[in-house]
Design a protein around this ligand. Structure first.
Ligand code: SF4
Length: 193
């Protein structure tokens, strides 16, 4: 079994419900969307076997993997998740909600960008819904989205810089609709990966 890997790095989770926790990020190449605000280089990839990936990540004193992308569900299978589970890893995934999530994932972050009405059918329940949002964007209709206990608004940054108007807009929405909470991209604020 091979993966097309864009990069592997060890850092702290910078956003969402696991903010601040040490994590091994495995960015898989390729995405099935092309969002205008996308700040990720996910096109380049290197073919790696699961054993090669494991060899690289076992150097880190951490047992949390974050599968990210791109869109990691384009490549990740139940068998691949089981491989790393057997090695003792807990696994989180960051998905755009356009495809099913493999079995065995411990923490699902869903950040839908398109076709909101289809996401719940594919992924009925998630650990967090996280929405990048900028001033003037409407709030999504959560009644059609996967069930969760964490609805997060993430103000969009520009060139790695915080945009105060976007933060103020999120705060104003959260005050009106308190089911939502703020998720800042902490890693950009403190300039880590
Ligand atoms: S779904 Fe995510 S990775 Fe893919 S283009 Fe959109 S923001 Fe970028």
């Amino acid at each position: 079994m091979n993966l097309n890997v864009n990069e592997i790095f060890y850092s702290l989770q910078g956003e969402g419900g696991r903010t601040g926790q040490a994590s091994i990020f495995i960015r898989l190449a390729g995405c099935n969307l092309s969002c205008s605000f996308c700040d990720t280089d996910f096109e380049r990839g290197m073919k790696m076997t699961l054993e090669e990936v494991h060899l690289q990540i076992e150097a880190y004193p951490c047992k949390w993997i974050v599968w990210t992308g791109g869109e990691p569900t384009l490549q990740l299978t139940d068998e691949m998740v089981a491989f790393f589970r057997e090695k003792g890893y807990r696994q989180a995934i960051e998905t755009n909600g356009t495809r099913k999530v493999p079995a065995g994932i411990d923490y699902i972050t869903c950040s839908p960008k398109l076709h909101f009405e289809k996401v719940r059918e594919l992924i009925p329940e998630v650990d967090e819904l996280r929405f990048p949002i900028q001033k003037g964007d409407p709030l999504p209709d959560i009644s059609i989205l996967p069930k969760t206990e964490r609805y997060l608004l993430s103000p969009i940054f520009e060139d790695q810089q915080i945009i105060p108007e976007n933060v103020a807009y999120c705060i104003s929405l959260i005050r009106q609709y308190p089911v939502w909470a703020l998720s800042l991209q902490m890693h950009k604020l403190i300039e880590i990966r």
